[in-house]
Structure formats: C-alpha cells, structure tokens
Ligand binder design. Structure first.
Ligand SMILES: Cc1cc2nc3c(=O)[nH]c(=O)nc-3n(C[C@H](O)[C@H](O)[C@H](O)COP(=O)(O)OP(=O)(O)OC[C@H]3O[C@@H](n4cnc5c(N)ncnc54)[C@H](O)[C@@H]3O)c2cc1C
Length: 352
C-alpha cells in the first residue's frame, strides 16, 4: 500500500488540471490513469474531429495551447500533443496504465484499489470522464438487426463505411459532425435521424461563447436568479467549419427518430423503412463512476450530489470534469481550470 495526500483518478485534461493546482497547494499527490499514453479520451476520437474553439481558448491552467499550424480549430491529435507536453512540463506524477477498480473508506483515509496495487490517501479527486460509458437507448428490434451497431466512441473514418447504407442517430455535436464527415464521402447512402429538429448555433458562436453562457448560468443559479438556460438556450450544435460546409451543401437534412430496427434497417411508425448496414448511435455518455460504487453516493441520473466539486456526503471526495454539475463548463479544456483550482484549495483547507 502506497500512501499520499491525494489520489487523482484519471489523467485526462481534468486530472492534469487537478495536478497543476494540487502542486500549487504543495500537496503530495499521484495521478492514476488507465490509458497507456497521455491524452485521455482525445486519443480515441474520430480522425477528422476538430475542437469547437481556437487553441488559445482551449487551454489548461498555466500554459496556453499553441495554435496548430494552418488550422483555426485544432484537431484531436494536436490536443493529445498538448496534454502530453503539459504533464511533462509540470512534471506531474502520472502513473499509467493503472485502473482504479474501487475506492473505499478506510478510517480517516480513502483507499484506492487498482490493478497495480493500493493507494491510501486523505482525499480523492475523481476525473474519469464520460467517454468510457457510452449511452445507447433501448429500441425495439435491436436484437434482430443483422448489421453493425456502433456508438460515437467506435467511429473513426468515412472509408470504413464505403458503399454502405448508414443511419446516424443523434442531434448533438457528435451526430452532426459524424454526419458531416460521412456526407462528404461519395458512395455512402446516409440517413441522419434526430429526436427533434436539429438546432444549429449561429456561425459566430463557438466554444468561447458556450463557456460564457455556462458561467453566466452558474452565477445566476448561485445568486438565486432566474435560470438563463445556459448553453442549451443557444442551440445544440456548434457550426464548426465541416458542419457549416455540409449544411451549406444541403447535406444536413434530418429525419425524425425511427421507432424500431428491422433485420436490415430502421422503421418509422407509418411503416416507412430505410436500409442500414450500419447504425451509428451518437446518443451521448454517462459519467464513468463505477469505481466509486463502494462509497454508496450515487444519486439521480447516475450523478453524485456535489457542492461545487465536493461530494456532498463525502467531503474527502471531489469530482472534476463530467459536466456542468461539477462546475460550469467543467467538461471542457478551458472550463476545467477554475473548478480544479477550487477543488485543490478546498482539499488543502481540509487537510490543514
Ligand atoms: C466528441 C467530443 C468532442 C468534444 N469537443 C470538445 C471541444 O471542442 N472542446 C472542449 O473543450 N471540449 C470538448 N469535449 C469535451 C471534453 O473536453 C472531452 O470529453 C475531454 O476528453 C474530457 O476530459 P476529461 O479529463 O474529463 O476525461 P477523459 O479525457 O475521458 O480522461 C479521463 C481519463 O481517466 C481515465 N480513467 C477512466 N476511468 C478510470 C479508472 N477507473 N481508473 C483510472 N483511470 C481511469 C481514462 O482512461 C482517461 O485517460 C468534447 C467531447 C466529445 C465527446
């Protein structure tokens, strides 16, 4: 058993931001990350993915992301390079690959049990993201469908679907971007399906404005003012350049949601059918929190009740990243810095 002040679980951007601020508080800590290499979920996204903000507005605390030459919106590989450089530059003590299987109360301490030994800490920051828990809705006929079903997490490139009928499900950013990616590729017969008509944000709104909207909403809620609606009030889909190109070419036309899968496609309530060799479910994620199950903290929708980043019923546990429920825009590169700073300060105060 290794002892330390703080165990950070997850070495993606949220875990690194936590490490940066724990270091500034002079705390002893380790970051345990299940991946073999730096970069968290960004290592696994589809090839053409681009950030929805310019580099300078996608930075972690302390170090600006450099621009990617020739690109206003950096690609995922550029983010991986930035995160890798970030953890080296600050000498963050990241141990990988180490998967935390469970976290337990152990007297005055918390014990993280992993596939590479146990760590005992006075506080834990969980920063495990959502990519590892894809969500797929249950739809009748799923078991009879003979084609391929995959989630956003399994999509890489259009050429994997050459010559196929493909149905993309989902009216968020992933659904729109993957539809745009596939639509530019000849030889794919594409159907895009969304639960409600797609809501594209205005072209001049990017991640900067989303960050401002999320921050304004949190401030209003904290001050007991009317809910501003946050990012959702602006729309669902950021019009990043490939989405704009597909929209302007008339290729982003969505159908309403189908109600069943058939043996070789999908079916709408009026009996209309579309063939599909592949269905790509861009239907979101849930927080990856199963390692915290022994603490018995799970609340509504799989979340854990928090005040800021601190778990309401376990003051030694902080949650970072995941979504706005752990801080405004906490699940973004630019947004995670402030909740990470607050978490580190609270932990330092708790540990005296
Ligand atoms: C398609 C898509 C596009 C996005 N685009 C943008 C964008 O343009 N700009 C932006 O700011 N944000 C964007 N985001 C949101 C967000 O920035 C990313 O999801 C980001 O990867 C979240 O970082 P994270 O550190 O919270 O989680 P992750 O990157 O998922 O990192 C978590 C790390 O924890 C590890 N881990 C998980 N469980 C365990 C365990 N039990 N033990 C040990 N380690 C574990 C994982 O292996 C991983 O390395 C996007 C998200 C998606 C899905």
């Amino acid at each position: 058993m290794t002892t330390t002040d703080v165990v950070v679980i997850g070495g993606g951007q949220a875990g690194l931001a936590a490490g940066y601020h724990l270091r500034r508080q002079n705390l002893d800590f380790v970051v345990l990350d299940a991946q073999s290499t730096a970069g968290g979920a960004w290592q696994h996204t589809w090839n053409s993915l681009r950030l929805f903000s310019p580099a300078a507005f996608s930075s972690l605390p302390g170090r600006l992301m450099p621009p990617e030459p020739g690109q206003e919106y950096p690609g995922a590989a550029h983010v991986v390079g930035y995160l890798s450089d970030y953890e080296q530059r600050y000498g963050l003590p990241v141990h990988r690959p180490v998967t935390v299987r469970s976290v337990h109360r152990d007297g005055t301490r918390l014990r993280a049990e992993t596939d590479a030994g146990h760590w005992s800490a006075r506080a834990v920051v969980s920063a495990t993201g959502t990519w590892w828990r894809p969500f797929l809705p249950a739809v009748p006929g799923q078991e009879t469908f003979t084609g391929r079903q995959l989630h956003t997490t399994g999509y890489r490139r259009p050429s994997d679907f050459a010559g196929q009928h493909v149905v993309v499900v989902g009216g968020g950013n992933s659904g729109a971007q993957i539809t745009a990616d596939l639509s530019g590729h000849g030889g794919i017969d594409l159907t895009w399906v969304t639960q409600r008509p797609p809501r594209l944000l205005a072209d001049d709104i990017d991640g900067r404005a989303l960050f401002d909207a999320a921050t304004a909403r949190r401030r209003a809620l904290d001050e007991g003012l009317t809910d501003t609606g946050g990012v959702a009030s602006l729309g669902d889909i950021v019009a990043v350049p490939p989405v704009r190109t597909a929209r302007d070419a008339g290729l982003l036309k969505a159908q309403p949601m189908f109600t069943a899968l058939t043996e070789d496609g999908v079916e709408w309530p009026d009996g209309t059918r579309a063939r599909a060799a592949s269905v790509i479910w861009c239907t979101g994620f849930r927080p990856a929190l199963s390692h915290l199950a022994p603490l018995g903290l799970r609340g509504r929708r799989g979340h854990i009740a928090t005040r800021g980043t601190r778990a309401t019923d376990e003051p030694r546990l902080h949650l970072l990243g995941y979504g706005d429920w752990t801080g405004p825009a906490s699940a973004t590169l630019i947004g995670v810095g402030r909740p990470a700073r607050d978490a580190a300060r609270e932990i330092a105060a708790l540990l005296g």
